[in-house]
Design a protein around this ligand. Structure first.
Ligand SMILES: NC(=O)c1ccc[n+]([C@@H]2O[C@H](COP(=O)([O-])OP(=O)(O)OC[C@H]3O[C@@H](n4cnc5c(N)ncnc54)[C@H](OP(=O)(O)O)[C@@H]3O)[C@@H](O)[C@H]2O)c1
Length: 190
């Protein structure tokens, strides 16, 4: 059975736990300030604010080695609603530099929590765009998303995280201005 560890028990942590449950994965949820002796999952989702990534990476670097680490953050200055400047190109690329022995994947940042929790947007499955450089890691995340009933789509290498983070910000802006409901989101028409 797939085991997924989720750091963060907020809106996205709970939503991804629900998705993982639908995919018949076992979930280990880790709350803020909880001391973790052993990270159980082969897939580890960091469902925390962007500024929290560095502390988790520093604290758990050895345990995260060899694991698929999923960055879902949208690095935004919420005072000005503008993107944070990240020299690495994106939060996910910065995390990958900080965790050189982990397989970092970007996913879920272009989804609102409600649509991850339900697995649907409009009349169709929630579209989860997934970027990463390690094919096996990316496939593991796509498989989990697909088994849950949502639609996992390969968005390319980890450099695409820059565009995904831009898309996340754009989508948040649309929702904040009333142009898109928080229950809505992107779909791929074919
Ligand atoms: N909400 C969305 O629709 C959405 C969509 C796409 C992406 N995201 C991204 O998902 C991430 C989580 O967002 P959210 O909406 O789930 O936020 P949230 O509801 O505020 O939950 C954040 C979680 O992270 C924990 N946390 C905060 N600082 C931490 C630290 N230093 N170390 C460990 N855990 C820490 C919080 O614990 P405490 O509450 O105890 O502080 C809480 O469990 C963010 O990066 C956000 O950009 C969110």
């Amino acid at each position: 059975m797939t085991i997924i560890t989720i750091f963060g028990t907020g809106k996205m942590g709970a939503a991804i736990a629900a998705l993982a449950g639908r995919a018949s994965a076992q979930v280990q949820s880790i709350s803020h300030r909880e001391a973790v002796r052993k990270i159980a999952g082969d897939i580890v989702v960091l469902a925390v604010p962007y500024p929290a990534l560095v502390g988790i990476a520093d604290q758990y670097r050895d345990q995260l080695a060899g694991k698929t680490v999923v960055d879902i953050t949208n690095p935004v200055d919420f005072a000005t609603f503008s993107p944070l400047s990240i020299p690495a190109g994106s939060a996910a690329q910065e995390l990958a530099q900080s965790l050189p022995n982990s397989r970092v994947v970007k996913a879920f940042n272009t989804n609102f929590a409600g649509t991850v929790a339900t697995g649907t947007v409009g009349n169709g499955p929630t579209l989860v765009l997934i970027a990463g450089d390690n094919a096996e890691a990316k496939t593991a995340v796509i498989d989990m998303v697909t088994r849950s009933g949502a639609l996992g789509v390969d968005a390319g290498p980890l450099t695409r995280a820059h565009q995904l983070e831009g898309l996340g910000l754009l989508q948040m802006g649309l929702a904040a201005s009333g142009g898109l409901p928080w229950t809505g989101g992107l779909t791929l028409a074919t």
